[in-house]
Ligand binder design. Structure first.
Ligand code: FES
Ligand SMILES: [Fe+2]
Length: 369
């Protein structure tokens, strides 16, 4: 066979091009909102890779997530309101329960009908954990068997307190992974100095994660000087992971962060950061911060230091996205060897998810046949 007609000879796009447009596998739990921000009888629109979802909490406090589309005239249900256990579309007043069934038609042509049209819209598994709302956008049959990440600091009788930070970054999620896992952008934070003189020591990849280890110093930032044990002088290494689809880091088992990304579309990623601080020590007197002061200190640290620091990353990432769109064919020039591992993992998971969706075939129609 002539080589020129073999399918596999169709040149693939370079990996950088592929990864910058890849989605995330739907067969994981994703954070879609901070729990306290969705009150009973409230509905909000959330988005996973182009799918709009109406997330609502009914009057009894139970969470539900349905496709954000009224099957009557396709208005977004997130523009409606919650009444009891139902989500009501504001145009003609059709009501839908958390199972996606039409339960009532308000107007004269629907009222009193003994049988409502057999309408059912798509629903999504949803639950609250650690003050965050998690949604499973993929195959619902897999939701129960798919665990949330293991975070020992949030388990047990005395979970570490934290205030989640919600930042929307107008950039593809793969750029964000490469930002948070690659300490070579120390230069961007040269004034805030969260880490100093990082040296990539090692990285490893398996089927589900990439782990990167840096030797670095943390005693340059005001946060470390004020609130970390010994001013962070004894901390000199960090483990960073991309444990698909989550990202996180650990400094000496005492300072942990997790990043739960919600890929809204090819150029928008909502990021939920969880910063976990172990013991907080007041320097000079070497006094352990009492529990009742720990939360206000964490809140203050987020507002005064961490959020402005993330603002620097957001600024750079949005410019990187813009640069990618202006120069999509520019070659990838990368000095950090771990970056290709992040990209390979993202692509492998995305391709496996697409194949699983193809195998499952088209979904049965949600609306009446
Ligand atoms: S469009 Fe929703 S009830 Fe008519
Ligand atoms: Fe950064």
């Amino acid at each position: 066979m002539s080589r020129s007609i073999r399918n596999q000879d169709v040149p693939e796009l370079p990996r950088r091009r592929q990864v910058r447009t890849a989605g995330m596998s739907g067969n994981y739990w994703y954070v879609v909102e901070i729990d306290g921000r969705l009150k009973p009888r409230q509905v909000k629109r959330v988005r996973f890779w182009g799918q709009d979802i109406a997330l609502f909490r009914d009057a009894a406090g139970e969470l539900h997530a349905v496709e954000d589309r009224c099957p009557h005239r396709q208005l977004p249900l997130s523009q409606g309101f919650v009444e009891g256990g139902n989500l009501v579309c504001t145009y003609h007043g059709w009501k839908f329960d958390g199972c996606g069934r039409c339960t009532e038609i308000h107007h004269e042509l629907g009222k009193g009908r003994t049988r409502l049209p057999r309408i059912r819209i798509r629903t999504y598994p949803v639950k609250a954990q650690w003050g965050l709302i998690w949604l499973f956008p993929g195959d619902p049959a897999l939701a129960d068997g798919t665990p949330l990440p293991t975070i020992p600091q949030l388990e047990g009788g005395q979970p570490w307190p934290f205030f989640p930070i919600d930042v929307t970054i107008k950039a593809h999620f793969s750029m964000i992974v490469e930002n948070v896992c690659d300490f070579n952008h120390e230069y961007l934070h040269r004034h805030k100095r969260p880490f100093l003189q990082p040296i990539l020591r090692e990285w490893k990849q398996d089927a589900d994660s990439v782990r990167v280890y840096y030797d670095t110093r943390f005693d340059g930032s005001p946060v470390a000087k004020l609130f970390m044990e010994g001013g962070a002088r004894d901390l000199n290494e960090i483990e960073i992971w991309y444990q698909y689809p989550y990202q996180g880091s650990d400094i000496g088992g005492k300072y942990i962060h997790w990043l739960f990304m919600l890929p809204e579309d090819e150029r928008t990623t909502r990021c939920f950061f969880v910063f976990l601080f172990g013991p907080i020590h007041v320097p000079i007197v070497n006094w352990k911060m009492p529990e009742f002061l720990r939360k206000p200190i964490l809140w203050f640290t987020n507002k005064w230091y961490i959020e402005p620091l993330l603002g620097e990353d957001k600024w750079a990432l949005e410019l990187e996205q813009d640069g990618f769109e202006r120069h999509p064919d520019a070659p990838q020039i990368e000095l950090n060897p771990a970056i290709s591992s992040f990209q390979r993992l993202s692509l492998e998971k995305w391709k496996a998810y697409q194949q699983s969706m193809e195998r499952a075939g088209p979904k049965p129609a949600a609306d009446p046949a």
